[in-house]
Design a protein around this ligand. Structure first.
Ligand code: ATR
Length: 266
């Protein structure tokens, strides 16, 4: 999607993937810095470890404690978290009114943390449900300490989720169920969903997740995980180039790549 954006705007740049083993992260980053690259993304499993290699952090990335985008500013590396801003943008672009909505977030891992911290600055109500209650408790304490915001937490069970959904406007699945071969299943049935709910499943790579299918069948508005991937990319593009990202070309490129991948798997 970045190469499509560079082409469209006539920017003489290229985006290339490198596989970096954990033990070489420091030297890989030093190599990029000494070669003067404008910026780069960092993904699993380096999003936390990368913090040690950076000279400055954007405040949101500091709160989250994870970085996925790095900008090289005259040899100083600055870290951002565009997963967080990308998720919020995906919600905004797909009709969620952030300030007035009550959010229920499923999960308390890395992805959920990013979304909760991003929403903590803007949304009216946040409820976090997680399989392991202690992890949700730790997130609650951290959000209180760093963002001075109260969130509600509970354990992720069908009964508690169904109860939370009675007062929810936007449901976000930020667990890793369905991602990278995680075979779990969310404790939710169609009858727990109401039509005016917006359902955002951040899992991408599947044409439709189990949650999205149930939500669509009920008539809910659904947001695909691809939208978060797209908007985190658009935010990174803006940071690196100071230009508005050509979102439609980026989406086309991303969907074409996903289709090609799915076809190859069939
Ligand atoms: P990521 O960085 O992708 O968020 P993670 O930090 O490993 O990955 O977090 C995964 C999240 O998915 C966690 O909230 C995890 O719940 P636990 O904290 O209880 O582990 C949740 N998760 C993963 N598999 C699950 C399953 N089968 N049922 C319910 N929750 C699950």
């Amino acid at each position: 999607m970045h190469n499509a954006a560079f082409r469209e705007l006539g920017i003489d740049s290229v985006y290339v993937p490198f596989r970096v083993p954990s033990r070489y992260l420091g030297s890989a980053v030093l190599g990029l810095r000494s070669q003067g690259v404008s910026g780069f993304n960092v993904t699993v499993p380096h999003k936390i470890e990368i913090l040690k290699c950076l000279q400055r952090l954007d405040p949101l990335a500091q709160h989250i404690g994870a970085v996925n985008t790095v900008q090289n500013v005259n040899g100083k590396l600055v870290g951002y978290n565009t997963d967080a801003t990308g998720a919020v943008e995906a919600l905004r672009q797909n009709g969620a009114s952030l300030g007035s909505s009550a959010f229920t977030i499923l999960g308390a891992g890395g992805a959920a943390r990013a979304i909760v911290f991003a929403l903590a600055r803007i949304s009216r109500r946040i409820v976090v449900l997680n399989r392991t209650l202690e992890r949700a408790q730790r997130l609650k304490q951290e959000v209180k300490r760093k963002a001075h915001r109260n969130i509600e937490i509970d354990q992720l069970t069908r009964k508690r989720l169904a109860k939370a959904l009675l007062t929810t406007d936007v449901l976000v699945n930020a667990t890793s169920i369905g991602m990278g071969g995680n075979p779990g299943c969310l404790p939710i049935e169609k009858t727990d969903l109401k039509r005016d709910l917006i359902v955002f499943d951040i899992v991408y790579g599947e044409r439709e997740t189990d949650l999205s299918r149930k939500a669509r069948q009920v008539g809910c508005r659904t947001i695909n995980g691809i939208e978060m991937l797209l908007h985190q990319g658009a935010e990174a593009f803006k940071i690196w180039t100071r230009r508005r990202a050509p979102i439609d070309s980026m989406r086309d490129a991303l969907l074409a790549a996903m289709e090609a991948r799915n076809d190859a798997r069939c």
